[in-house]
Design a protein around this ligand. Structure first.
Ligand SMILES: [Zn+2]
Length: 107
């Protein structure tokens, strides 16, 4: 048995359940979790995301049973600042201003 946690996204869970059923697997959804028989889940989830154009989503394997299907969180979404020149990540705008000076920019 495999459990795919769709991170509170019941809509995707339902879609995934239907997708798995169409492929002939026995699947059921409990809230935002899809429970399915033992299958090559990583491969199937990869197809599912590709076919439904969910390129911003990714699958993380927690252990041999549990998977998490969720949107990739951008570092900016978490409130961090990223230097646009080198990708260096800092916590605040001020730190970013200080960091930028290392690239030889006055302000
Ligand atoms: Zn930088």
């Amino acid at each position: 048995m495999k459990v795919i946690d769709c991170a509170f996204d019941g809509k995707i869970a339902q879609e995934l359940e239907n997708y798995l059923k169409e492929l002939g697997f026995s699947a059921k959804t409990e809230e935002s979790k899809v429970i399915v028989n033992d299958i090559d889940m990583e491969r199937i989830l990869g197809y599912f995301l590709k076919e439904t154009n969910r390129t911003e989503y990714s699958v993380r394997k927690v252990d041999s049973t549990n998977f998490i299907l969720a949107k990739e969180v951008m570092i900016e979404d978490l409130g961090f600042q990223r230097c646009e020149m080198c990708g260096y990540v800092v916590l605040t705008e001020e730190e970013l201003l200080v960091h930028r000076r290392t690239h030889g920019i006055a302000r």
